[in-house]
Structure formats: C-alpha cells, structure tokens
Design a protein around this ligand. Structure first.
Ligand code: SF4
Ligand code: SF4
Length: 117
C-alpha cells in the first residue's frame, strides 16, 4: 500500500497560481484567502518558496492550508482521517502532474517514495 509522504525538493504544491485553483473561496476563510493571495508571486509561485533549494523558507510557520494534517484536511475539505492518505496522494500527484508533468523526474521520485516500505 502506498503511504503518503512529502518528498523534499518537490514543491509542486507551492505553485499557488489561483487560476489553477478556482475553488479557493469554497474552502478557505476570507482571512486565509487574503493571506493566500498575498503569497502569490507574479509567476504563480509562493513568495516563500526558495526556487534554488526548492524548500519552504517559513516551513515551521507555514499557514494552515499548507499543512497535510488530519484536522486541517477534515476542516478544509471534509476528508475523514481514514481517507487522508489516499486523498493526499491524489492531491500530490495532481499537483506534480500540473507543475512538472506526468512523466517528470519529480513524479518518478514521488511514486518511488510513497511505495517504499
Ligand atoms: S506536491 Fe506533495 S510531495 Fe510535492 S511538495 Fe507538495 S506535499 Fe510535498
Ligand atoms: S508557505 Fe511554504 S509550504 Fe506554503 S506554499 Fe509557500 S513555500 Fe509552500
């Protein structure tokens, strides 16, 4: 069984381009939406994303909507804890596909990582 994990130096979900996420208003509070939009750079990437290291510069202080945690996913998307693993994997794959492509090195690395025992 695949087990969700975040693969370092991926960063696909840090591409925040709102045109790719038309449902933001449905799951973010007005305050979170304002924060989200304030984080979007001109090219769609998060202003806190280090393009060279591909790491979050504010990882410990990152907003709630950046966190893959049962409580957050339940609150934002109505996902039950037992659904979290598969849902989060699907989200990562969709985001990696959109940003890097379905046959990218990043997708290969992701699939290998979540398949590891
Ligand atoms: S898309 Fe998934 S693997 Fe990539 S940075 Fe985001 S949470 Fe991590
Ligand atoms: S705050 Fe950090 S984790 Fe959240 S989108 Fe920006 S770079 Fe990614």
């Amino acid at each position: 069984m695949a087990t969700w994990q975040c693969v370092k130096q991926c960063g696909a979900c840090c591409n925040l381009d709102p045109s790719d996420r038309p449902d933001l208003e449905d799951y973010l509070t007005p305050e979170e939406l304002t924060l989200y939009l304030s984080m979007v750079d001109a090219d769609g990437w998060c202003i806190n994303f280090d393009r060279v290291s591909r790491l979050c510069r504010i990882y410990e202080q990152r907003p709630r909507f950046c966190r893959v945690e049962a409580e957050v996913f339940s609150d934002l998307y109505g996902i039950e804890p037992e659904e979290l693993n598969d849902f989060a994997i699907r989200c990562c794959r969709e985001q990696i596909d959109a940003v890097y492509g379905d046959r990218s090195v990043e997708m290969d690395r992701y699939n290998q990582a979540i398949a590891s025992p």
